[in-house]
Design a protein around this ligand. Structure first.
Ligand SMILES: NCc1[nH]cc(CCC(=O)O)c1CC(=O)O
Length: 321
């Protein structure tokens, strides 16, 4: 392509690193790339995410894309609202980083080693619910701010631990502070955690084709498609915090004559409710489908969770996944 591709990014260290990985792929393919920093209202405000709303980090980038300030926008996928944005297409989902949550605790402690009464910081209703459901007597302390601000609350002794996405720490070269990577059985990540969403304008077919052919990762896209479809279907039916994790797995399909290898998507989901009182309830479901049925798989799992009672239960909202 003869034109310079302008890629929009938020200004945080994590956002710039994430955008840099996409820019590198394009540069290696011989493209001219320019990175443009867009300041979002979410970066300027210190109010709780539950008050300023989901999409606060991503809408300014999308605006810059629509009014042609930039040609490409790179987001943390889990921060995107589930509703599609008119005029914008999801052109690529790059290979995913580790999707699991991580514990950063004082004195190198794990979740099981932290004593009852320990103060654990998170601003996420999903993490709060799953921490409480462990029944270990933790006090969950609401926090927000960038990754360094949160880590410092542990290093300064203000909190015993914080829970953060492992992916963010890995991308920033800070995996050394992790004292335990949490098993998804205890802490199911946010839908699309650890994945990036690379968007362009619907009518910019050259850029869309380029991104799809050299940046997109098919397995990641299938997995996050299932997770996000589950989230979108649940949003219509309940306000409970939601966790989801899908993986592409190899399976054998017996055709009678011989067995051939097929790829399937395996999806687990959790919906939490009753967070207002201390007695949190978690509803869980899991299912497997062919890789091309990822979207339907997500919708079906949401329906199952709603059948289990997720729709009847209310939570504090889904913001800040
Ligand atoms: N909600 C903020 C946010 N958005 C993306 C990441 C980390 C990277 C990712 O999950 O892709 C984080 C921080 C966190 O949850 O710890």
């Amino acid at each position: 392509m003869t034109r310079t591709i302008r890629i929009g990014t938020r200004g945080s260290a994590l956002a710039r690193t994430q955008t840099g990985t996409v820019a590198d792929v394009l540069r290696k393919a011989g493209e001219q790339v320019e990175i443009v920093t867009i300041t979002t209202p979410g970066d300027r405000s210190s109010a709780p995410i539950a008050e300023i709303g989901v999409g606060v980090f991503t809408s300014a980038l999308r605006e810059a894309l629509l009014n042609k300030q930039v040609d490409v926008a790179v987001h943390s996928y889990k921060d995107l609202p589930t509703a599609p944005e008119p005029g914008i297409v999801l052109a690529a989902v790059p290979p995913r980083e580790d999707p699991r949550d991580a514990l950063i605790a004082r004195d190198g402690l794990t979740l099981g080693e932290l004593p009852s009464g320990s103060r654990i910081g998170t601003g996420s209703p999903r993490r709060t619910a799953q921490l409480r459901a462990l029944g270990l007597g933790f006090e969950v302390v609401p926090i927000r701010g960038n990754i360094d601000t949160r880590l410092n609350k542990v290093f300064d002794g203000e909190l015993d631990a914080v829970v953060l996405a492992r992916a963010g720490l890995v991308r920033l070269g800070r995996a050394d502070v992790i004292t335990e990577t949490l098993d998804p059985i205890q802490m199911l990540p946010a839908p699309a955690q650890g994945a990036l969403a690379v968007e362009c304008r619907v009518d910019d077919v050259d850029i869309e084709h380029l991104l799809r052919s050299i940046v997109d990762d098919e397995a990641t896209r299938a997995a996050v498609t299932a997770e996000r479809a589950m989230l979108a279907a649940l949003e219509a039916g309940c306000s409970a915090p939601v966790g989801a994790l899908a993986e592409v797995v190899e399976d054998y399909e017996d055709t009678g004559e011989d067995a051939r290898v097929v790829e399937r998507v395996s999806l687990r989901g959790v919906a939490a409710a009753g967070l207002d009182d201390e007695s949190v309830q978690l509803l869980r479901a899991s299912a497997v489908a062919g890789k091309s049925e990822a979207e339907q798989l997500g919708r079906d799992l949401a329906a199952e969770l709603l059948d289990l009672g997720a729709g009847a239960l209310s939570g504090p909202g889904r913001e800040n996944r």
